[in-house]
Design a protein around this ligand. Structure first.
Ligand SMILES: [Zn+2]
Length: 287
């Protein structure tokens, strides 16, 4: 974090003022690109009193001096602590490199957190992008309510997989997974017993249909791959699986059941609990 901040100062993207090191938003012409905000809008919208030492109201803290009682670490700018965003830029550069493929996070983090991560990383390293793709997921609710420890409706997937019951029973991992993926990741998702039951029934139907094929197809259904390649449109992919299941059941148990074989391959590929075909095992080992 310290070397990243030093680099930002050296490149003219940060300045020291009022006991803080601040990022100079005006030094980055396309600051605000991710959240589609421009500097004027941010200034007009700033309701909080502007700190007098800031060049611009949107300038944000990289390093803040600590009083003797506050936690702090030695730095070239005095004993202090990092701002809210800098650790993510430092960690991602250390573990993933200056530019990496996918950065995810909740919708509520786009501004200011991710915007500022981008500003720090790109300006410190002199790169055109920080991550090639940004994926932001919608909010999660439980039975129509915000999930929170105080409401007593806080569940981690890990707990649900181990022992914790939801709606009076435990649920297999693949049912939990399908229930989550039935909503597009950018949309708000309501985690409910009704949804889990729907996922369990759907999965049972798919598997019954897939069992009509003796072995999985040698290729994945193109439209399933197409849907997943289009911003991870899981819901569209699942619609196709349900269609294939219908065709497979209609075809029945005699002869080569092509839709069932396609369905079997797709289910294995999506990680549902069916045996992986040999060609897929080879491919996953190579990765
Ligand atoms: Zn972060």
């Amino acid at each position: 974090m310290l070397s990243l901040i030093a680099q930002l100062i050296e490149r003219g993207h940060a300045y020291v003022a009022g006991g803080e090191v601040l990022f100079d938003t005006a030094s980055m012409p396309d600051y605000g690109e991710l959240s589609k905000r421009n500097l004027d809008e941010q200034q007009a919208g700033a309701r909080i009193a502007v700190d007098a030492h800031k060049k611009n109201p949107g300038d944000f803290v990289l390093w803040k001096l600590s009083t003797p009682e506050e936690p702090g670490w030695e730095s070239p700018w005095g004993r202090g602590r990092p701002g809210w965003h800098i650790e993510c830029s430092a960690m991602s550069a250390a573990y993933l490199g200056e530019v990496f493929d996918i950065h995810g996070g909740g919708l509520d983090l786009i501004f200011p957190h991710h915007e500022n991560e981008i500003a720090q990383s790109r300006c410190a390293h002199g790169t055109k992008v920080m991550a090639n793709v940004w994926m932001h997921n919608g909010f999660l609710q439980v039975e129509g309510q915000k999930m929170s420890k105080s409401l007593g409706n806080f569940y981690s997937i890990h707990e649900l997989l181990e022992t914790k019951t939801f709606g009076g029973r435990t649920w297999p991992g693949e049912v939990l997974r399908l229930a989550m993926l039935m909503t597009h990741y950018r949309e708000p998702i309501d985690f409910s017993v009704r949804k889990l039951e729907e996922a369990e029934n759907t999965l049972r139907k798919w598997k019954r249909a897939a069992d009509l094929a003796s072995s999985a197809a040698k290729e994945l259904p193109a439209d399933v791959v197409g849907a997943l390649s289009d911003d991870l449109a899981t819901y569209t992919a699942f619609q196709r699986l349900t269609q294939l299941a219908g065709e497979a059941i209609e075809f029945g148990g005699s002869g080569e059941n092509a839709p069932a074989a396609s369905l079997k391959a797709a289910l294995a590929f999506l990680g549902f609990d069916v045996a992986l075909p040999r060609w897929m095992r080879k491919r996953s080992r190579r990765r």
